[in-house]
Design a protein around this ligand. Structure first.
Ligand code: ZN
Ligand code: FE
Length: 243
């Protein structure tokens, strides 16, 4: 599966899956960069996938509907204008010949879903899990977000994490303040270098995230290691909010 990023706003990524001269886009918060790519690369827009209702992920949807040949797939949330097929846990959808299973991931928002392709181990997870971090709690509870991230944590090591924002560097600054690890320090140096050249740091993999992302609870700060999982997650999220 050929996947490329279409940068939007200051730090959003609109992901595009390409087969031949067709693309499906994920979370088009802005229509303009997508329309530019369609014209520039002479591509056709097939489907749109939406992970959650926030405007930076849905803002371009209605405009792009005028140019697409397929469907808009998204969460079961009547407040999102333009969804053709509302999805729930374990639903299967097919776009450009690739099948995606829906994983409900409430927490950042209550309607949040992720799209997983088993064959190529690709996950589009919006604002649930970021590289070295996770989404903020806008609507759900700590336990909901923790549960959602643990669902993602059941996927294989090789799973490629395509998230909605370029937050890796600032997330790693927090992680470094909490955990003393050579691997994390190396990752920080690499990330700093990439960002100073304006390069993308994604996709990550679950294998890497298990070593650098405390919110998966595989690598956590020493002083909260003995806490129950739910409490450890909540404490981490609070520390990050105050960082
Ligand atoms: Zn969001
Ligand atoms: Fe977002």
């Amino acid at each position: 599966m050929n996947i490329f990023d279409i940068p939007a706003f200051t730090d959003n990524y609109i992901w595009a899956i390409q087969i031949d001269d067709s693309i499906t886009v994920i979370d088009p918060g802005d229509s303009n960069p997508v329309l530019d790519i369609l014209e520039e690369k002479k591509l056709k827009l097939k489907d749109i996938l939406i992970t959650h209702h926030h405007y930076d992920h849905t803002g371009g949807l209605l405009e792009l509907k005028k140019y697409m040949s397929g469907k808009v797939y998204g969460p079961k949330n009547e407040n999102i204008d333009g969804i053709d097929t509302a999805l729930v846990e374990d639903d299967l959808i097919k776009t450009l010949g690739h099948e995606f299973r829906i994983i409900e991931t409430p927490g950042h928002t209550l309607d949040h879903i992720a799209f997983y392709n088993k064959q190529t181990k690709v996950l589009f997870c919006g604002d649930t899990l970021f590289s070295a971090g996770c989404g903020r709690l806008f609507e759900g509870t700590y336990d909901q977000l923790h549960g959602s991230i643990q669902k993602i944590n059941q996927l294989p090591d090789e799973t490629k994490i395509y998230c909605g924002h370029e937050y890796t560097l600032s997330n790693l600054e927090f992680v470094i303040s909490q955990i003393n690890s050579e691997f994390i320090k190396k990752k920080y140096t690499e990330t700093l270098k990439k960002r100073s050249m304006n390069q993308i740091t994604l996709p990550s993999t679950l294998k890497i995230e298990r070593k650098i992302n405390p919110f998966l609870l595989e690598t956590v700060p020493d002083d909260i290691k003995s806490l129950k999982d739910e409490d450890c997650f909540k404490e981490l999220r609070i520390r990050k909010d105050n960082f």
